[in-house]
Design a protein around this ligand. Structure first.
Ligand code: NAD
Ligand code: AKB
Length: 322
């Protein structure tokens, strides 16, 4: 039976993942945890506990009491926020992960940990970035992601902990706002298109990055955790992608539905530097071969769904483009 603990469950990915895992495995079998204040909706939706990943005993207590066998470890500091406070990012992203892995070792849990396109750097081949290649990131976020990938491999080889993970691209979703990444613009653009009919983008119009719609990101995590382990040659840090797009590509896709949408640019050098150090497009053939990874959403399909869902979510008084 699956008894699941999610760390960082109130974040962008965690809030969607919690719902999907509860739909599959039963509400009471999925314990959402975070350090942020939960809303009443979160408390009503299923089991929730405060767990700070910086304290292994807090993780261990829930794992033991709730007889957890699988941990989805999502608590982290994302790239732009990490550049503002590198020491915090190192602490949360590394010590939080070590604590989760140690608890998993003690209680024989499987662990899913996301890495990122941020694990690559300027020396990495930019196009069709291979699964196994140069990883010399220039951000603190990237440093912690590469170290995290290696640490997860280490716990598998050294202790037999069933660690698995993907390198996510920028994730686009409507339920919970992103938490301080470089790719957050790709979510904000949809909100602003509906709210104000225009958006000022902090990345240059031709900045090409991999992106993925949330349902595919959730599918990647669950498919990998359910994959036959005998097929996995890589275990952690599988490249996965759904689309390789620029801000202008998203704007053009939105204009198919909101023809008057205006996109302007005011480049933020910090986030532009980070984006410029990341790949244009990942080669995800290892994930396709080893656990049949295949995304569902194209850019236009995602745009249609995002705009439809945000129109339902936002109050009519907040919107100019119904
Ligand atoms: P997020 O910032 O939206 O959420 C992170 C959550 O972690 C927050 O709710 C925060 O309160 C919580 N948290 C922070 N410090 C904590 C601590 N000490 N203990 C417990 N919880 C703590 O992040 P996300 O976008 O949901 O990302 C989840 C994971 O996926 C991260 O590892 C991130 O690097 C990775 N990832 C995300 C994206 C993306 O585009 N969202 C892309 C690539 C990889
Ligand atoms: C970020 O921009 O930090 C994240 C990521 C790609 O890891 N969205």
């Amino acid at each position: 039976m699956q008894r699941i603990l999610i760390t960082g469950a109130l974040g962008q990915i965690g809030s969607d993942l919690t719902d999907e895992l509860r739909a599959r495995y039963g509400t009471n079998n999925v314990i959402a945890t975070d350090i942020a204040d939960p809303s009443q909706d979160v408390l009503d939706a299923g089991p929730y506990q405060f767990v700070d990943c910086l304290y292994a005993e807090q993780i261990g207590e829930v794992v033991k009491k709730q007889r957890i066998d699988t941990i989805y470890h999502l608590a982290a500091i994302l790239s732009a926020k990490a550049e503002g406070n590198p020491q915090l990012a190192w602490n949360v992203n590394m010590n939080g992960l070590v604590n989760v892995l140690e608890v998993a070792r003690e209680y024989q849990c499987s662990v899913f940990t996301p890495s990122s396109i941020g694990a690559f750097g300027p020396g990495t081949p930019r196009t069709r970035t291979p699964q196994d290649t140069v990883q010399r990131p220039t951000t603190m976020y990237g440093v912690t992601k590469v170290a995290g990938e290696l640490l997860c491999d280490y716990y598998f080889f050294k202790y037999g902990v069933d660690t698995r993970g993907v390198r996510y691209p920028g994730i686009i979703s409507y339920k919970t706002l992103p938490g301080g990444g470089t790719t957050d613009y790709a979510v904000a653009i949809y909100y602003e298109a509906i709210k104000h009919g225009r958006y000022t983008c902090y990345l240059a119009e031709d900045t090409r990055l991999d992106m993925m719609y949330m349902p595919d990101a959730i599918k990647a995590a669950i498919d990998l955790m359910e994959a036959d382990p005998s097929r996995l040659k890589h275990r952690n840090a599988f490249n996965v992608t759904a689309m390789s797009i620029t801000p202008e590509d998203i704007a053009a896709s939105i204009r198919e539905i909101i023809p008057g949408f205006i996109m302007e640019y005011d480049v933020d050098p910090v986030r532009q530097d980070i984006a410029d150090s990341w790949p244009d497009s990942l080669d995800d053939s290892a994930a396709r071969e080893e656990w049949d990874w295949s995304p569902v959403f194209t850019l236009d399909a995602m745009t249609r769904d995002m705009l439809e869902k945000l129109r339902l979510k936002l109050q009519p008084s907040e919107t100019v483009n119904q």
